[in-house]
Design a protein. Structure first.
Length: 134
């Protein structure tokens, strides 16, 4: 019983287990459970930015963009200078036609890491899009 309690306490603070259960659920085609596990991972004490990125990404694939953006915002509260989170939110915004907001986040990620290739590519796409609109 003592071992079980230690296991439960550890995994209530460590997001790795629910995160990897979410990844496994996705591989098995069970996106409903994947969402549940990813959300659990984002609510643990020992949370990694990738937990939020993958959770938000799955929400986007489920056409739940408002909640995906909330997940990115929650990640940015914890990790305001994480280029992967900034880029991922910018990409989602760009894909859903929030061009100005995407540009701001992309520029911020490039300010933090000028050599971050995905953000450089996204910036090019944003610039191409804004030129075609004008």
């Amino acid at each position: 019983k003592e071992v079980l309690e230690k296991y439960r306490q550890y995994h209530s603070t460590n997001g790795a287990l629910p995160y990897y259960l979410g990844k496994l659920s996705l591989r098995l085609g069970d996106s409903k459970n994947a969402l549940k596990y990813f959300e659990m991972a984002t609510r643990t004490e020992d949370v990694d930015p990738i937990f939020f990125i993958d959770y938000a990404g799955l929400l986007v694939r489920k056409n739940d963009v408002p909640n995906a953006l909330k997940a990115y915002d929650a990640a940015l509260k914890l990790y305001p200078e994480n280029v992967n989170v900034l880029y991922s939110k910018a990409k989602t915004l760009f894909q859903h036609q929030y061009i100005d907001e995407a540009l701001v986040l992309t520029q911020e990620s490039l300010r933090l890491d000028p050599d971050f290739i995905p953000a450089i590519q996204l910036l090019s796409a944003i610039q191409a899009k804004t030129k075609s609109v004008k």
